[in-house]
Design a protein around this ligand. Structure first.
Ligand SMILES: [Zn+2]
Length: 346
């Protein structure tokens, strides 16, 4: 069967893109950065210095979604404006095309198809400026693709070797599937997506600013412990376990600071992913040994350090897959997952 003529038009666009993708990449990376600088200088005065908030909303939360949306809109807009002008008026490539068996309808369909390919699912690393945070902002495309089959939860497998992933409650989870840690990342991120679990870690670099006032988080597996007598998972705390629960936080923090520094250096130097894998392997070995030997290991209590904060937030067990690259969930996370399963399974 002959190739549909529309595909020929798409091929034409792809051939051009092969030559110019560097310029395009620079534009879509540089442009949001320039916006960020302009907004930083222009609107910086509105940001309260003490809290980093704009009208009660963290600066990142205020600016980043708008930037992402604007960047996606600009990308799609640019792709369907300038090349069309070039085709019809400036370079008249469309005139050349319709001088062949390609019909105007093929040109139209081809250009639309190419624009869709360029902005299709559109997942990228560096969401909110965090190197390992992979999300997509093309929600409509994502839902269109997903609707081909009945679904309740979505796991996006990203063809990438670089460690990364992301998960949003009730929306979707992502994971870079060619990475050694894909299994762990998939389970951890799916915990966010499926059961609304919070991150229990606090030593990694994250995209979120600390809140000005600590209120009780809604997530089932972290607490601000504002009322220790009414800890939200108190029915799982064994008699004789103190709340807050002591653990060797200082030693852990010292070790983690060192790991995070090495991690930053490896990424900055553009080292092969195998070196990052080796660092993470050492990290997990030491964490398992260190946390596993704590007096209250495996017991439910309230251990300080969670929800991206070293102080003021508490997690249920000394270790959990939402805290380190540990293999299992803590009892509180397990129960939260079981509750969602129960809700769907009736
Ligand atoms: Zn947990």
């Amino acid at each position: 069967m002959a190739t549909p003529l529309t595909v020929r038009v798409v091929e034409h666009q792809a051939q051009i893109f092969r030559r110019f993708w560097r310029g395009s990449a620079t534009f879509y990376v540089l442009n949001p950065l320039l916006f960020l600088a302009a907004i930083g200088f222009g609107l910086g005065g509105l940001v309260q210095e003490s809290t980093g908030n704009v009208g009660g909303v963290p600066y990142d939360a205020f600016v980043a979604p708008g930037l992402l949306a604007a960047s996606a809109m600009l990308g799609a807009g640019a792709e369907s404006l300038w090349p069309v002008m070039a085709g019809t008026k400036w370079v008249r490539t469309f005139h050349a095309m319709v001088a062949t068996p390609v019909r105007p309808a093929d040109v139209y369909a081809g250009v639309v198809a190419w624009t869709t390919v360029r902005s299709a699912v559109g997942a990228s690393y560096d969401t909110f400026g965090t190197e390992r945070y992979v999300l997509t902002t093309e929600n409509r495309t994502l839902r269109d693709v997903a609707s081909c089959a009945p679904y309740e939860f979505i796991e996006i497998l990203v063809n990438g070797q670089t460690y990364g992933g992301g998960g949003i409650f009730n929306q979707y989870a992502t994971v870079a599937i060619d990475n050694l840690w894909a299994g762990y990342v998939a389970v951890h991120e799916f915990g966010h997506h499926f059961a609304g679990l919070a991150d229990e870690y606090y030593t990694s670099d994250v995209a979120y600013l600390p809140p000005a006032n600590k209120t009780e988080p809604w997530e089932p597996n972290v607490t601000a412990l504002l009322d220790p007598a009414n800890l939200k998972w108190k029915d799982l705390v064994a008699a004789g376990t103190p709340v807050p629960t002591p653990w060797d936080k200082e030693e852990f923090d010292r070790f983690e600071r060192d790991i995070q520094q090495q991690r930053g250096e490896l990424r900055a130097a553009g080292k092969p992913e195998a070196e990052m894998d080796e660092l993470f392997r050492k990290e997990r070995e030491k964490e398992d040994a260190m946390l596993g030997s704590q007096k209250y290991a495996g017991k439910v209590g309230a251990f300080e350090g969670a929800n991206y904060e070293a102080k003021g937030y508490y997690r249920p067990e000394v270790d959990c897959i939402m805290f380190t690259r540990h293999k299992t969930f803590c009892a509180v996370c397990r129960r939260a997952i079981e509750r969602v399963i129960g809700m769907y399974a009736g």
